[in-house]
Design a protein around this ligand. Structure first.
Ligand code: GLN
Ligand code: ZN
Length: 756
């Protein structure tokens, strides 16, 4: 049985590429040095795969920033404004990725979006009037040759034509259809070049095929590939899909002359059923995604063997593959010295997944795979003895009733009670929670982690910061204050570290975008709260002012979405456990006289299933109740806020209202406020605070500009429902612009109030 990888992580085992790139951006190393680091990493990663007997090793999965941006550049999709800078190709590439400000001009970066249902982000290719799509770059060919020179045969990978055209953005009046011909020619050219270089296979990634497809989409897909595949020559073409099943185009994939089809059998719920129902063409190779590219648990060999058996009856030629690129898992367990072997044996990061492929290959070559030692060693990992479940948690979840998910009294009654209690002015002003994490804040945390200061010293520093922050908020006249979140490294990691049941890693970084990596915690066991996590800081902040201070928590759905989840229980069950733990914190805050509590669900929207038909049943039906469970126990007087990043939730607006918070703030300054129309259309009850200024730049908005923003909102929203706040993320800003901007915000709110 042969094995294939869809892609390998590229930032390096210790984020070497990130650090080299950042040095290059600062001018500390030359472009040649950056290229050397990149080449070293590529070769090292190929060798690792070769050593583990991977038969289909990907090349061109390397990227300095993002694979879709590479694809756009390869095909000359470089908007005029970047070309006009007159930079060299790599500089132009980075200008598209990060924006450019310098002697040659001033341009913003391309838009960035979430890559399907992952926490990875891609740069949105922009096809403008001046664009001619054609094969213009050589990266794909260069990396194939680079591997070849190192005696490594690779399968070059490229984002496919359909996914490229579907994810790109077009100038007014243009659409994907207008570029079918050019695009197909460009891909055909790639095939011609690969023929000349003697490549055996090419992998074209088409994850867009696992989403809901229209008839027009199928026409577009067929048109593109009828032309592209006519240029195959001796190169075999693998249509690689992942993140779901291909129920809308299974037959099209079968009937087009692809040589291989890559199907995800882990996230693709209907994948097996499709293969069974429609069969699998004898002249194609089935690349079966069985090793999870998205999670860090060991592969369950029993499940894999069972699946392979079923597939063997259907497909003549079978290759074992990862379910998606390993880009979405960390590099290696070798970097986790602090984790015991007893724990590590349950995990497989990218490198350990290579070992799994090697083992599966061995096992499958055996006449009786189930009798092999490797199989047995794996089997014991899944015998249910991994950890002792928490009986209290299990008992509590077992006794939950509908009443636990419903806050009483109803919103309208609460709103009146809270208005009478808080007596806030119209258009109350607040912020989303964090304040600048300046160098001293980070140094304090770092010193504490290192052990060079005591817990008391560490805390005292945070108390001083809080006092300073409260005094300033009071002074500039904000209505609802926050403590500033100085104690938090990250809104998920902080809670993960304080809750029981999570595991933390030292170096398990996963690329989020460009040079930015995240280190998601691992849900290991049943989640519970053994001690208050935020009460002390919040209560201290409250003691310093007569104004209300918001307690600040992260919600269960966001904590779960930004962690590696368990595979032995459902996401729903994990979410409920986390919700119960956060609920205890909510009740503790309330008992300590924190009258307003914000429960952030920054990541609620991003894990919506890729197909709309799955939204309710598979996600919203538990995610929204999990949120309600967190706050359903508070008094009517206690005001519950929530916050969501991005404002693109028009399509789930009723579900958001159903979270039954009293106030929702959201990131909105960079959007067209279309969300507010959706809010009006559905009779949204929750009070709203759309961000009035963008905090992603150091620019200080003027009072007039903020007033205009507020008037625009008031055109659409009842003044009695509107809150005034900036977008989220003040922690990433500098001190000066933060306070200057907030002063303007308070002033603008005051002036607009007068006109109501
Ligand atoms: N309360 C968090 C903050 O202000 C929210 C972060 C977020 O929206 N991602 O930083
Ligand atoms: Zn946010």
């Amino acid at each position: 049985m042969k094995t294939s990888l869809i892609g390998y992580p590229r930032v390096g085992s210790l984020r070497e590429l990130k650090f080299a790139s950042e040095k290059y951006f600062k001018g500390d190393i030359t472009i040649d040095e950056l290229h050397r680091t990149a080449a070293d990493l590529r070769i090292r990663h190929w060798r690792r795969q070769q050593e583990n007997g991977i038969d289909f090793i990907p090349s061109n999965d390397f990227s300095f920033y993002d694979g879709l941006l590479d694809t756009a550049c390869l095909f000359n999709i470089i908007p005029e404004r970047y070309q006009a800078l007159g930079l060299n190709p790599l500089e132009t590439y980075f200008a598209m990725a990060r924006g450019y400000q310098g002697e040659q001009g001033d341009v913003k970066a391309l838009a960035m979006k979430k890559w399907f249902n992952t926490n990875y982000h891609y740069m949105v290719p922009e096809v403008d009037d001046s664009t001619t799509i054609r094969l213009a770059g050589t990266k794909l060919l260069d990396e194939f040759l680079e591997a070849k020179q190192n005696n490594i045969t690779t399968k070059p990978v490229l984002i496919g034509a359909f996914t490229l055209l579907k994810l790109a953005k077009y100038t007014e009046g243009k659409q994907a259809d207008d570029f079918v011909h050019e695009t197909a020619e460009a891909y055909a050219n790639v095939l011609t070049r690969l023929n000349e270089l003697g490549a055996e296979w090419i992998q074209l990634d088409e994850p867009k095929l696992v989403t809901d497809l229209t008839k027009e989409d199928l026409v577009l897909f067929t048109k593109l590939y009828s032309r592209i595949l006519s240029a195959k020559g001796n190169v075999k073409v693998l249509a690689q899909t992942y993140f779901g099943d291909v129920r809308d185009c299974y037959q099209e994939l079968q009937s087009l002359p692809f040589d291989g089809i890559g199907i995800d059998f882990l996230e693709g719920k209907q994948s097996l059923e499709l293969v069974r129902k429609y069969g699998f063409s004898d002249d194609k190779v089935l690349f079966a995604g069985v090793v999870n590219g998205k999670n860090i648990w060991r592969n369950n060999y029993h499940n894999t063997l069972t699946l392979v058996q079923k597939l063997n009856g259907q497909a003549k030629q079978l290759v074992l593959s990862s379910s998606c690129s390993l880009l979405h898992v960390p590099y290696s367990l070798q970097n986790e010295a602090a984790l015991s072997d007893g724990i590590k044996r349950y995990f497989a990061f990218a490198e350990e997944k290579l070992h799994e492929f090697a083992e599966l290959k061995k096992i499958l070559s055996h006449a009786d795979p189930y009798s092999t030692e490797l199989y047995r060693q794996n089997e014991v990992l899944f015998d249910g003895t991994r950890f002792a479940g928490n009986e209290t948690v299990q008992a509590r979840t077992a006794t939950l009733t509908d009443a636990d998910f419903k806050r009483l009294p109803a919103f309208v009654e609460r709103e009146a009670i809270q208005n009478a209690k808080f007596k806030l002015p119209p258009l109350p002003t607040t912020t989303i929670g964090s304040f600048p994490q300046t160098a001293d804040v980070r140094a304090n945390r770092f010193s504490f982690k290192k052990g060079s200061i005591t817990a008391e010293q560490y805390k005292q520093f945070n108390f001083d910061k809080i006092a300073e922050c409260i005094a300033l908020q009071d002074e500039i006249g904000l209505d609802v204050l926050v403590h500033g979140e100085y104690e938090r490294n990250d809104m998920v990691e902080y809670f993960g570290e304080s809750l029981d049941g999570f595991i933390f890693t030292e170096n398990a970084w996963v690329q989020s975008y460009g040079t930015r990596c995240v280190k998601p915690p691992i849900v290991w066991g049943d989640i519970s709260r053994s001690r208050p996590m935020t009460v002390e800081y919040s209560a201290y902040a409250k003691s310093l002012t007569s104004k209300p201070v918001k307690g600040m928590l992260t919600g269960p759905v966001t904590i779960l979405n930004w962690s590696f989840p368990r595979e032995d229980i459902s996401l729903k069950d994990s979410a409920i456990q986390i919700a119960l733990a956060i609920r205890e914190e909510v009740l503790d805050l309330e008992a300590n006289h924190i009258e307003i509590i914000q429960i952030d669900e920054a990541a609620l929207r991003e894990k919506l299933p890729l197909r709309q038909s799955d939204w309710q049943a598979e996600y919203l039906s538990w995610a929204i109740p999990a949120f309600r469970l967190v706050h359903s126990g508070v008094q009517a007087e206690t005001q519950i806020h929530t916050h969501m990043c991005y404002s693109q939730f028009s399509d789930i607006i009723r579900d958001i209202d159903d979270m039954d918070a009293d106030v929702i703030t959201f990131e909105a300054s960079r959007s067209d406020l279309a969300i507010i129309d959706a809010i009006n259309a559905c009779g949204f009850q929750t009070e709203v605070g759309p961000g009035v200024y963008d905090i992603h730049s150091p620019r200080i908005p003027s009072v007039d500009e903020l007033k205009q923003g507020l008037f625009r909102m008031l055109d659409k929203i009842d003044g009695a429902k509107l809150w005034v706040n900036p977008d989220c993320g003040l922690k990433t800003r500098g001190v000066t612009e933060t306070w200057a901007s907030l002063r303007h915000l308070v002033q603008a709110a005051k002036e607009v109030r007068e006109t109501l």
